[in-house]
Design a protein around this ligand. Structure first.
Ligand code: HEC
Ligand code: HEC
Length: 512
């Protein structure tokens, strides 16, 4: 019988093993970093032309992973966890230097996007988001030359890794300038905020990268758990300080109104502040919570995750929707903070995702008062509802009277062969846990444009209710369509779905 004692021994053993492995990996990475002086060094493409070899790969006996010494790797060293507080270069010279570098940085990043994805504007006939924006047909991740999705699904992770066959679009997506990072807004949002408020969210050093047809609709609808009878209360507007009172007075209680006002109030932070350490041409009043969580949803503003150092290991982030945030128990893809209040408070105290209270203080930290500010903001966020899903019943399952045959077949795959329901259970399609897909099984760590291509570690299970409204997908936005997410899961879960099952599954996901 496994008594407490022997269980402890087992876990000690496990702990020791983990420690040894981690130390090994750490030493190997550190050595690699020290050897590479060149920041942002590029690696040769890892997927050679493989078409004729696919049958051989599939027939070959299980291969041993490449010895660690041979693995291509290198990362720039961050000598310190801290950003410089006392910047010496004068502002005009920073602007000139970064503007001169901008075209090459953007060219390099667009080349990466083109290499990874089919970026064309190809809507799926008849499929729209909640307010009517066409949904793009997928998958859009480009396959390595000569292999099909089915062939990839038949290979072992080792075969995929050994032969460099992991589709590049399944690798972590770098920030347009990963060494620099920071928040970056889509152009249509910048234009609208300038029009309404005269506040300029343009960065002089970078432009947003993903084409508009892959972004959530602009502006997105707002649904309230408190007033489902009203439907979309945004009335098609981007909610700002200019119009929130007119739109919400008489619908919200005074606490929620005050919370919403604070969510729409700009505060200084990293890229947008009034010091010379900023990325806006003019001193800036700052950003608001809803500059990213537009209308309580998302406009796909991007950033880097704050919890990791060095910079090369920080994943890019795609802003998550706050719709239905009330049913969630973990906040943030990695940190897994336990309350909405904690998340609300820390973002401003630690330089917005840079995890740096020192710099936040320098640029003008906004310490929110828990009882009367944080709490009110959380109260408003907590009444943001998922969009209506007319085909779902009260259990969050398809109503056979309303769903098509294909959607019902998709539901069967979701809860059966696809095993999706094990982590995404109805009615909200999240288990409120974190899971580790262990993508390092498929890739050799290597550096691309300053970002380390490595396993993602545990990530929170995002809810799938309303998921058709929030492309791009996964924590870093690396997947442009739901079909891409299905192909990705099919490989990491080893579920071997047929092409028909994948199509049915996508039709089901669009009902949620
Ligand atoms: C620069 C864009 C940006 C701004 C500004 C911003 N957020 Fe976020 N927010 C994000 C991103 C990106 C995440 C995901 C973080 C992660 O995965 O760790 C997030 C996550 C959250 C979450 C957790 C959601 C979840 O599903 O896990 C909450 C709650 C939240 N933000 C509230 C706020 C509040 C309140 C403010 C203003 C004080 C704010 N955000 C400002 C981009 C932003
Ligand atoms: C082992 C748990 C697990 C299983 C099984 C699973 N998922 Fe996921 N799913 C996750 C996690 C964790 C994420 C977040 C991944 C990330 O952001 O990198 C996710 C993300 C997603 C997303 C993107 C959500 C968003 O808002 O970006 C979709 C779509 C999705 N899953 C669909 C599916 C489908 C379809 C299946 C079945 C084929 C499935 N999942 C099976 C854990 C799981």
């Amino acid at each position: 019988m496994a008594d407490g004692c022997s269980r402890k021994r087992v876990s000690l053993w496990g702990g020791g093993l983990v420690l040894v492995v981690l130390t090994g990996v750490g030493l190997w990475l550190a050595e690699g970093m020290l050897r590479s002086a060149e920041p942002g060094r590029r690696f040769p493409p890892i997927a050679p032309k493989l078409a004729p070899h696919v049958p051989k790969i599939l027939a070959a006996p299980a291969v041993q992973p490449m010895p660690v010494e041979q693995a291509p790797q290198a990362a720039p060293v961050d000598k310190t966890s801290y950003a410089p507080v006392d910047t010496q270069e004068d502002f005009q010279s920073v602007v000139q230097r970064m503007q001169a570098q901008k075209p090459e940085i953007l060219r390099r990043h667009h080349q990466l996007l083109e290499e990874r994805y089919d970026l064309s504007n190809r809507p799926l006939p008849g499929a729209t988001m909640s307010r009517g924006k066409p949904i793009q047909a997928g998958p859009r991740v480009k396959l390595p030359p000569g292999v099909t999705w089915q062939q990839l699904a038949e290979m072992t992770p080792e075969q995929i890794k050994q032969n460099g066959l992991w589709p590049k679009g399944f690798l972590p997506l770098p920030h347009p300038n990963h060494d620099e990072g920071g928040m970056l807004f889509p152009q249509h949002h910048i234009d609208e905020i300038k029009r309404q408020e005269g506040r300029d969210l343009t960065r002089f050093d970078l432009d947003y990268d993903l084409p508009e047809h892959f972004l959530p609709e602009f502006p997105p609808a707002i649904y309230l758990t408190t007033r489902p009878d009203l439907g979309d209360v945004s009335r098609g507007q981007v909610v700002t300080l200019q119009n929130y009172f007119q739109l919400f007075n008489g619908i919200l209680n005074p606490k929620q109104l005050e919370g919403l006002r604070l969510l729409l109030t700009p505060f200084p932070q990293q890229q947008f502040n009034a010091t010379d350490d900023r990325r806006s041409l003019k001193p800036s009043q700052g950003v608001t919570c809803f500059d990213c969580h537009l209308n309580g949803h998302t406009n796909a503003t991007t950033h880097l995750l704050g919890d990791i150092r060095p910079q090369a290991f920080r994943p890019r982030l795609d802003t998550p929707s706050l719709r239905g945030v009330n049913v969630q128990r973990l906040f943030g893809s990695k940190r897994a903070l336990k309350t909405i209040e904690d998340f609300t408070e820390f973002e401003q105290r630690a330089a917005y995702f840079d995890g740096d209270p020192v710099i936040a203080t320098k640029k003008g930290v906004n310490v929110l008062e828990r009882g009367s500010q944080v709490h009110f903001m959380a109260e408003f966020m907590s009444i943001l509802d998922f969009p209506p899903a007319p085909k779902l019943d009260v259990f969050g399952r398809l109503d056979p009277a309303k769903a098509t045959e294909q959607e019902q077949l998709g539901e069967k795959v979701f809860f059966g062969k696809g095993r999706c329901g094990e982590c995404h259970p109805a009615p909200y399609y999240t288990d409120n846990l974190m899971h580790n897909f262990r993508t390092e099984r498929f890739i050799q760590p290597h550096l691309v444009n300053g970002h380390m291509m490595a396993g993602d570690g545990p990530i929170k299970t995002f809810p799938l209710r309303g998921v058709k409204d929030s492309p791009p997908y996964h924590h870093d936005g690396r997947l442009l369509t739901l079909e891409d997410s299905i192909e990705f899961h099919n490989l990491v879960l080893g579920t071997r779905l047929t092409d028909q099952e994948k199509e049915d599954l996508a039709a089901f996901l669009r009902c949620l």
